[in-house]
Design a protein around this ligand. Structure first.
Ligand code: ZN
Length: 504
């Protein structure tokens, strides 16, 4: 017997309704970060909490469980079909949502808000001790969440990681991270020993904000972000929010005396935006109409920001327009000097300001520490000391303050544990995809130097964006590239690029 013909349609209708509600909540969230007047904060928190409750109620409606059961019992769709992927992923989301007691969901949400405020304060005062009680509470709650969700083996952390990178385990990540770390530490040290230090002061000359905005928008448009279906606004912590078909919001921030921040930040967010705009509109609201994982999302932003935006070819195309737009800053600068400045590598304390090479080391440090916090091997009270010790082991520097050390990132205060590794996974996925695109399209540098970005964008649309959650991240890499996830493509790219820049 087959499942009733309406069962699948009814499931899709329910998923789409929940997604529509989530997209309303995303509009409120975007507005909170961009235009909300300070006095509206409490009203907005109440609006968002109400929406979260409504979304949770819809997503855990027992009728979804019944429909899934019916569809699973009478499996009638092919293994690699969009329908089967929707059933598989809807089950995954439904199970995660229903395993969490409402009390825990509410407590996590409340503690995240309060803990976030405590973190902002503690960071300002540079006092890890002020944040510690909140961190302890958050870790307890996240451990409780992990055991409610369940996991295989003894890695509670995997239950948390699964929210951001479904199907990926800490063991899989370690297999790629351990060799990557060894290679990166060696590369950073060779760069340091080269004695070459590019002149980065040219990047902190005066770059008028209005011109930066104009230049960033023109580059984002050129690489393929559709401004008819999106916009760029200012936010303190830049992000991209895809509301749904036809509406994707990018944000950035400007500093008149720092060119790379807004420019590469906009390319990065536009990379996320191009992914969102490339999702299947027809399947909006179902898993195959949404992004694969945070790691795959990040692979798109990093590709446009780094593999394209920080390449020599990119500046063959864009340096002259930049010189015309910023004559005061760039009139006496040679393209090669500029290229070297935007690819300067040096260990520094702050992750979000790190270069392409040292960036992944920042992630590995956090991955190891948060895993130990969840397993109980590391007590929150010892976090700062262990952070500083490991930091000096990886970077040869010891953080000079809590704000420049373990208090620098928002994630742990907001309960985002298991999130960090997706940044480094994104870099590794990007390297795999870029190589595969080059195999199909020929010399990408030659296209980029001519300002021809459409072939790469369309290749990504076809192979990655339009597939949504048809495959899990690991499988997507295999299907698209014929390879399994490895540190090698990334390390090869970095070694090639930086050996030439630093005469290694
Ligand atoms: Zn990103």
């Amino acid at each position: 017997m087959h499942a009733s013909p309406q069962a699948y349609e009814e499931l899709v209708t329910r998923l789409k309704k929940t997604a529509l509600l989530s997209s309303c909540s995303a509009v409120l969230g975007w507005d909170e970060q961009t235009y909300l007047p300070p006095a509206g904060t409490e009203l907005r928190a109440n609006q968002l909490a109400l929406m979260a409750g409504m979304i949770h109620e819809q997503a855990t409606n027992p009728e979804i469980g019944n429909l899934l059961q019916e569809l699973e019992d009478k499996s009638e769709f092919g293994d690699d079909s969009f329908e089967q992927a929707n059933i598989r992923e809807a089950r995954h989301e439904y199970d995660r949502a229903t395993k969490l007691p409402r009390r825990l969901v509410e407590e996590l949400s409340k503690v995240a808000t309060l803990s976030h405020h405590a973190w902002v304060d503690a960071r300002k005062k540079n006092q890890f001790q002020d944040f510690l009680p909140w961190l302890e509470q958050m870790i307890d709650l996240k451990r409780e969440q992990a055991s409610a969700i369940g996991y295989q083996g003894n890695q509670a952390y995997d239950a948390l990681l699964d929210e951001y990178e479904p199907g990926t385990t800490s063991e899989m990540i370690e297999q790629a991270f351990v060799p990557l770390r060894n290679e990166l530490v060696a590369l950073v040290s060779a760069i340091k020993d080269s004695g070459i230090t590019p002149d980065i002061s040219i990047l902190t000359r005066k770059y008028p904000v209005e011109k930066q905005r104009e230049f960033s928008i023109s580059a984002a448009e050129k690489i393929g972000f559709d401004f008819n279906a999106g916009r760029l606004d200012i936010a303190a912590h830049p992000f991209c929010s895809g509301f749904g078909p036809g509406d994707c919001r990018l944000t950035t921030r400007y500093d008149e005396h720092h060119f790379p921040g807004a420019f590469f930040g906009t390319l990065h967010e536009a990379g996320h935006g191009i992914y969102e705009q490339g999702l299947s509109q027809e399947h909006f609201g179902t898993p195959v109409g949404s992004f694969t994982s945070l790691g795959i999302h990040e692979s798109q932003s990093r590709m446009w920001e780094n593999l394209v935006g920080r390449s020599r070819a990119f500046w063959d195309h864009f340096f002259q327009p930049a010189q015309t737009l910023f004559p005061t800053a760039l009139a006496d600068v040679k393209q090669e000097e500029f290229y070297r400045a935007i690819n300067d590598v040096r260990p520094s304390f702050i992750r979000v300001e790190a270069d392409e090479v040292t960036y992944n080391l920042h992630i590995m440090l956090r991955f190891e520490l948060e895993k130990a916090l969840i397993s109980g091997d590391l007590k929150p009270a010892d976090l700062e000391a262990v952070w500083n010790e490991k930091f000096s082991e990886y970077f040869g520097l010891t953080p000079d303050s809590s704000a420049n050390g373990c208090l620098q990132d928002v994630h742990w205060s907001a309960g985002l544990i298991g999130y960090f590794p997706t940044y480094a996974l994104g870099n590794m996925y990007a390297a795999h995809f870029f190589n595969a695109a080059e195999k199909d399209l020929g010399d990408l540098s030659a296209l980029i130097a001519k300002g021809e970005f459409t072939p790469l964008k369309e290749w990504l649309n076809q192979n990655i964006h339009s597939q949504g959650k048809l495959y899990r991240a690991n499988r997507l890499v295999e299907v698209v590239t014929g390879e399994t996830l490895s540190h090698e493509p990334l390390i090869d790219q970095l070694q090639n690029k930086y050996s030439e820049l630093y005469n290694l």
